[in-house]
Design a binder for this molecule. Sequence first.
Ligand SMILES: [Ca+2]
Ligand SMILES: [Ca+2]
Length: 300
Amino acid sequence: MKALTGDIVKGWDGWMSFSSKNSNGVGSIYGVKRKACTLEGYAWGSDVVGWVSFSSKNCDPDGDGKSNGVGFCPATGIPIPKYGVTLDNEICDNNPPVATIACSSTTPQCTGYTNSPGLLNFNLSMTDPDDNLKTCEVLIDGNVKPAIPCNTTTLDATQYGAGSHSIQIRVTDEGGLSYTTLPTSFTIRQDIQPSFVCSLDGTNFKACGQLKVLTGMRVYFKDTSLPSTGGNIITRNWQFVGGSPTTLSGPVVYTKFIGEGPHNITLTVIEASGTNGRVGSSLLSLIVAKNPVFKEVAPE
Ligand SMILES: [Ca+2]
Ligand SMILES: [Ca+2]
């Protein structure tokens, strides 16, 4: 090798040592090692060259782009640009990375609901026999999504939206070898959407907050819930705190409130177990005002 400092044309010829074993055990212990298809460690060049780092991992072993502050590396946190020496796959016997993906739900197979994050997850495994995994990606319906950390073990399926989809995992190693899983089909159904409206005459229903409800007045409630995709709502249970009666069932019901103030109303809707069997609840606080009592005064 040639050091060029001082005289750009002639420079100095010199040696570069790839291992401290070359110096008969005198001085620092150092060396260049191969890990799969990349080189790590230090070489020592004579004359003006000094230490030669073969990988940014020497000072940034966790690969976050900042020095870990070990040895004579820059202080912890100082940016370390990523660099390194990569060998051809043929030289280093690089092996392709591997990945697996499986749905967490089995009944029904690979099915989730829009309002239920975590109900359907994907369990992932992304590894490389040479420990040189570089990028890990998710493909939804064949389209590449932003890369995910390669140590990800669980993905929430709900984030991919309502509909029938396919998911694949693609892993690529430092040597450029890739592996893509076969498509796994999954379905995100629209979840059950519970809701109800109110009326004072049993005919004109509107948002409950728009009504002026007084104590002792008959108040009608109508279920306006939407079932989940393919679901069938068969049960509607009402609960009226401070109502008379306090519990009822059916698509349209009525009750009266004895006391004034806010009253919690809960509608719970349940689908037939033969369909999706989804259950949803809608809670609303209805303000009830005191009914004014008129005093009759006889004409004089
Ligand atoms: Ca670091
Ligand atoms: Ca590999």
